[in-house]
Design a protein. Structure first.
Length: 249
């Protein structure tokens, strides 16, 4: 739509001023925040959080053994926090983890061979090639975040980041006890049909809003170039009173 409230100009200005980093810095104001990095992969978000919050206590969770080794290699062990080689979910025990050729797509959920949003599967269909979703299945430990927090003596969380490739609702279900003591949640919500199930805003809202966490921003949006669909977003929820806080320098 054209010429409706000058929204394009406003959005362009907002994108210049507010990326994910500046938004997190705006709502996470504790001088030494407790940060839980769920789905840490090889340490990209750990490095981001350490840059944003130098005095933070950062705990990173990654179940894939190869990714965990890469993560541990880049984290300074003398800094507050640590790394846990496990997946967070809605139960304690073990689970099957699906290791995919593209590492950051590995998940507790299997990929769907019937996916219509997968670009590589669409190309295979067009070429008349076999539609395959290769992955290696391994068993990994899983914990509820609530149980982990009790074990570690973590009574409050300043930032909970969740990037678990479609399994985010299970993480939230296992965190029902700590969420009322959590200030900000940055959760990747997966809408596409890449996996055997997808998520919805309704499921996320049902777990966060009753616990006092309101939507602050859709800080990242990934659109599918093949069909125009939005594949996933990073939704930031917070209970922080950000409106009266000056933006970060």
């Amino acid at each position: 739509m054209e010429d409706v409230g000058a929204f394009e100009a406003r959005n362009a200005e907002a994108r210049r001023r507010w990326d994910l980093e500046r938004r997190l810095a705006h709502v996470v104001r504790a001088p030494a925040p407790v940060v839980l990095d769920v789905g840490a992969h090889v340490g990209q978000s750990n490095r981001l959080f350490r840059r944003l919050f130098p005095a933070a206590e950062i705990w990173s969770f990654e179940p894939d053994p190869e990714s965990f080794a890469a993560l541990a290699a880049v984290v300074d062990p003398s800094l507050p926090g640590g790394q846990e080689r496990l997946a967070l979910a809605d139960r304690d025990g073990t689970a099957t983890f699906h290791r995919n050729p593209i590492g950051h797509t590995s998940s507790l959920l299997a990929r769907s061979a019937a996916s219509r949003d997968s670009i590589d599967l669409a190309r295979a269909r067009e070429a008349g090639a076999p539609v395959e979703v290769p992955s290696e299945r391994i068993e990994v430990p899983v914990r509820r975040l609530d149980a982990w927090c009790v074990e570690r003596g973590v009574g409050a969380v300043d930032l909970l980041k969740i990037d678990v490739q479609g399994a985010e609702v299970a993480v939230l279900d296992g965190a029902a006890g700590i969420l009322p003591a959590t200030v900000t949640v940055a959760v990747e919500v997966s809408f596409f049909d890449l996996y055997e199930r997808s998520s919805s805003f309704l499921e996320v809202e049902q777990r966060l809003r009753p616990r006092g966490l309101d939507l602050y921003a859709l800080a990242e949006v990934s659109d599918n170039p093949m069909n125009g669909r939005t594949d996933w977003v990073t939704a930031v929820y917070t209970r922080a009173d950000f409106r009266d806080v000056p933006p970060p320098a």
